[in-house]
Design a protein around this ligand. Structure first.
Ligand code: FE2
Length: 148
């Protein structure tokens, strides 16, 4: 269900607006993190990606075709994972400022998740979305059984 013959969605205004909002939020998070690091005298540096996130990304990349609906399902899974992490962090961190910060990130990621769920349903019918979601879920379970 691509808008363009090349499979892009460049003329889909609703999608463009939603994606721009999400990009703005993510950039704002980046600046907030940089600010927090500076006030705490922590050097900005690359951290190695976690095993779970890496495996999830690998599973998602194997899902073909990369249609708009499929991509939105994949993105909502990533946002859901972010929600899980920020929820755990805000619950367990003893630093009040950080707990509030993680809480605000949790809320933002939850909004992103909802947006991707809505977009997935705009691009594909419920069965296709469910099938995609189940496919990633199955692969994820298989990966966990193999020790991933
Ligand atoms: Fe997000």
């Amino acid at each position: 269900m691509c808008d363009e013959p090349d499979g892009s969605y460049c003329e889909n205004l609703d999608l463009g607006r939603e994606m721009a909002r999400i990009v703005q939020d993510e950039l704002e998070h980046f600046h907030l993190v940089i600010g927090l690091l500076q006030t705490r005298n922590i050097r900005f540096r690359r951290l190695p990606p976690g095993k779970y996130g890496k495996r999830l990304n690998e599973l998602i990349r194997k899902q073909e075709p990369q249609t708009g609906g499929g991509s939105a399902v994949d993105c909502q899974l990533i946002e859901a994972r972010s929600c899980e992490r920020f929820d755990l962090l805000r619950e367990h961190v003893h630093d009040r400022e950080l707990a509030e910060f993680y809480g605000s990130l949790f809320e933002s990621e939850a909004r992103h998740h909802s947006t991707y769920v809505r977009l997935a349903k705009d691009f594909a019918d419920d069965d296709a979305v469910r099938e995609r979601f189940a496919g990633v879920g199955r692969r994820r379970s298989e990966s966990h059984r193999r020790g991933g």
